[in-house]
Design a protein around this ligand. Sequence first.
Ligand code: ARG
Length: 467
Amino acid sequence: MSQATNQSWGGRFSEPTDAFVARFTASVTFDQRLARQDIQGSIAHATMLARVGVLTDEERDTIINGLTEIQGEIERGEFNWSIPLEDVHMNIEARLTDKIGITGKKLHTGRSRNDQVATDIRLFMRDEIDVIEAELVRLREGMIELADREADTIMPGFTHLQTAQPVTFGHHLLAWQEMLTRDHERLLDCRKRVNVMPLGAAALAGTTYPIDRHVTAELLGFDRPAENSLDAVSDRDFAIEFTSFASILLMHLSRMSEELVLWTSAQFDFIDLPDRFCTGSSIMPQKKNPDVPELVRGKTGRVYGHLMALLTLMKSQPLAYNKDNQEDKEPLFDAVDTVRDCLKAFADMVPAIEPKKDSMYEAARRGFSTATDLADYLVRNGVAFRDAHEIVGQSVAYGLKTKKDLSEMTLEELQQFSATIEQDVFEVLTLEGSVAARNHIGGTAPDQVRAAASRAREALAALKGDA
Ligand code: ARG
C-alpha cells in the first residue's frame, strides 16, 4: 500500500481522504481560535499523567516545553496551520511531535479529541464569560451613576408609546438597569455549568489508564470533573445556555437602542449622543445618525439566529459525540464577539448620554400626564374612583378643545367638572408634585430613585465576580 493516509487515524484506511472531503470535514480554519485553551488543557493533562506515573517527569517536561514553544509560534503568527491535519488538536499535536519526536506521541494517552474539544470550548467560554461580565459590570455601573445624577429630571412616561404619567429620567434608567441585573445573574448561573471538566471521558467511555481527574480539574480551575463520560463528550447545553443569555441580553439592549434612537430624533428631542457615537450622511449634510444603537438593535437578530442554530444542532442527537458538534463553534464564537462588542459600545455610550431636560419637561407637560393625579386628588376628597375617572375625562376633553393642559386651567374652569376641586389641586397638577407623590419602593419619586440607585450599587458590588 503506497498511498499516504492520515497520520493520526489512517492505519485502517486503504486510500487517502478525498481532497474535497478533507476540506469539508476540517475545522482548523475556525477552531484554531481554541489554540490557547488546547495547549492549556494539554499541559494539565501531561502534568496529571506524570503525577499518576503514566509519563515520566522528564517526558512531561519535554512535552510542556514543546507546547510552550508552540504557543509562542502561534502568538507570533509563525505557526503553519494545515487543513489535512483537520483541526486545532491534531495541528498542535503534529507540531509537537515534529519538535520533540516520539515523546510528543505520548501526550494523547488516555484522552480523545472528543473530551479534548469539549474541554477546550468550556475553557474558552469561561474566559469569554469573564470578559463579558466585566463589560456588563461597567455598563451597569455607568447606568446607575447616570440614574443617580438624573433622579430629579422629569420626562413623560409612556404606555402604548402615548404619554401616560410623568416619571424621572433616573427611574427610566434604573428600569434598564433591572433588566441588566437579571442578565448578569443569568450569565453567572451559566458560568457554573460551563465550569465542569469533560477531560478524562476520553472518546466516550472513560479510559483504562489510572488517571486522576480531580488533579486535572484543579490544574485547569474547573469546579469538578463531569460526572458521566457519555454526557461529558456530547453535552453542548452550556453553549445553548450562553446563547440564551446572549439573546435575552441583546433583546434588552435592542429595547434600549430603540428608545435611544427615538429620543435623538427631532420629534422627541429628549437626548443628545456625542458625535463620536454617531455618523453622518453622504448626501444629507444636516444628518447625525444614531448608528451605534441602531447597529446593536440589528445585531440582536444574528444572536437569536445562533441560539436557533445550536438548539437545532443538538436536537435528536444520540449519545455520545457526533461530528455534528463541530458546528457548535462558529455560532458560539460569533455570539461571544457580538455580545462583547455590543456591551462595550453601550458601556462607553451610556455615561455620555446628554439629557435635554427642558425638552423632556415640556413633553411631560403636554399630553395631560397628570390626569391620574387629578383623579387621585378627587378620590382623596371623597369621590369614588370611577366617578373621578369620568370627571377627569371631561376635563381632558375640555383641555383638548381649548388647547390647555390641566395645570393651565383656572380653578373656575376645573370646577365646572367637580365642585370638590379646590385651590390645593394645583399642588398635584405640577409635574414635580406628581412624581414626588409616588414615594414608595419601586416608585418614581426622586428620593426613591436615589435610594434605589444606592441599593443597586450595593447589589452589583455583591454580585460582581460571584462565580
Ligand atoms: N474538530 C472536532 C470538533 O470540533 C474535534 C473532535 C473530533 N472528534 C472525532 N472523533 N472526529 O468537534
